[in-house]
Ligand binder design. Structure first.
Ligand code: FAD
Length: 329
């Protein structure tokens, strides 16, 4: 068999368009492919992926594998896995990049197992050791208290990257790329699970995991009511509201708000924490935030170690004043 070569991004689509996570992976993939001096390709799975294929090329893909089958129109783990398994064996990439979305969390370990290779999970950054052409993946460990650099010996070297860890490159509609049809043979009986019902999370405004600004509240808020003040501030900043597990466990907000090790991983540009102590399990979900602003009445709170800006004070005074100041901007 020929040596493995190139970088393959596993791209997701939604509503007939390239998902933002796929554009982010292409940005990471371009850097890795450039270091290797090899090609960047993307796999798009579905029943028709023509429009997202052109968007992927504009975002930097040299080649698009259009992995089509009517059974792939909706995400189904067993069928997607079977399709990706055959594509990886055929395309023989050196590096595979996947998004650590809910689907990616399910697919990445199963794909790695099928291919008999390792997996670098929950990566914030990937690069290439140019001497050995090995993928180096940076990922938080010990509840976000340290960053481990992980490399996998066997090809394909697979990394699952946190959403928002990379900024998509600007689309360039003049870019040329190749679209390769890769029809797969699938049988509905391969699907060992079926979706009984899809319940869409009702949320007004921007989603927590997509938000550039997040305002999170913790146990120190003392109840559910103060979250409406955080909602007002988040809305003014075009952001979303999150919470610590203590606030979620107290029943003040739904579990979909939870940021942390057992909640969502977010990488906003600005993360404002209000009455959150900064436990390592909370920080594990926000260590990729570009700027953390902490509001806490305890000057010794752990959160101040990670915050770029801190306000030592009572949220009951600070939040109304901050909201007013933002309103006046
Ligand atoms: P606390 O730690 O109680 O902090 C409250 C803070 O509010 C204090 O610092 C206090 O000084 C401040 N405060 C109080 N009153 C005011 C005031 N009036 N004005 C300003 N500040 C005030 N936690 C998560 O968040 N996400 C997770 O995903 C998660 N996963 C976990 C997984 C495991 C396996 C375990 C063991 C724990 C996990 N936890 C998680 C829990 C975590 O360890 C902490 O218990 C939790 O994050 C604490 O939440 P908190 O900061 O809101 O509450």
């Amino acid at each position: 068999m020929a040596d493995a070569t190139g970088v393959l991004v596993i791209g997701q689509t939604s509503a007939g368009a390239l998902d933002s996570t796929a554009a982010e992976l292409l940005a990471a993939g371009r850097l890795v492919a450039a270091s290797l001096g090899e090609e960047l390709s993307i796999a798009l799975l579905g029943d028709a992926v023509d429009a997202p294929a052109q968007q992927a090329i504009a975002h930097g893909a040299d080649k698009v594998y259009s992995v089509t089958n009517p059974l792939l129109s909706e995400y189904q783990a067993d069928l997607y896995l079977a399709a990706l398994d055959s594509l990886c064996r055929e395309a023989n990439p050196r590096v595979v990049l996947m998004a650590r979305t809910n689907d990616g969390r399910e697919l990445a370990p199963r794909l790695a197992f099928r291919l008999g290779v390792g997996l670098a999970q929950d990566c914030l950054e990937v690069s290439i050791d140019e001497a050995s052409k090995t993928l180096l993946a940076n990922r938080p460990v010990y509840g976000g208290n340290a960053i481990a650099v992980v490399s996998c010996e066997h090809t394909p070297q697979i990394a699952a990257i946190r959403p928002k860890a990379y900024e998509p490159t600007e689309m360039d509609q003049s870019r040329q790329g190749q679209v390769v049809s890769f029809p797969v043979d699938l049988d509905a009986s391969q699907a060992r699970t079926r979706v009984v019902e899809t319940v869409r999370e009702e949320s007004e405004g921007v989603k927590l995991e997509d938000a550039r600004v997040v305002v999170s509240g913790g146990r120190g808020l003392g109840g559910p009511e103060p979250f409406s003040g955080l909602e007002d501030l988040a809305k003014l900043l075009g952001g979303a509201v999150g919470a610590s597990r203590a606030a979620v466990d107290s029943g003040w907000v739904p579990s979909s708000y939870q940021v942390g090790l057992t909640g969502k991983s977010i990488t906003p540009d600005l993360y404002i924490t209000v009455a959150i102590s900064g436990a390592s399990q909370h920080m594990a979900g926000c260590s990729g935030a570009k700027c953390i602003v902490a509001i806490n009445k305890d000057a010794d709170a752990n959160i101040f170690k990670d915050a770029r800006y801190g306000v030592v004070g009572d949220w009951e005074t600070v939040i109304p004043a901050l909201t007013e100041a933002v309103r006046e901007l």
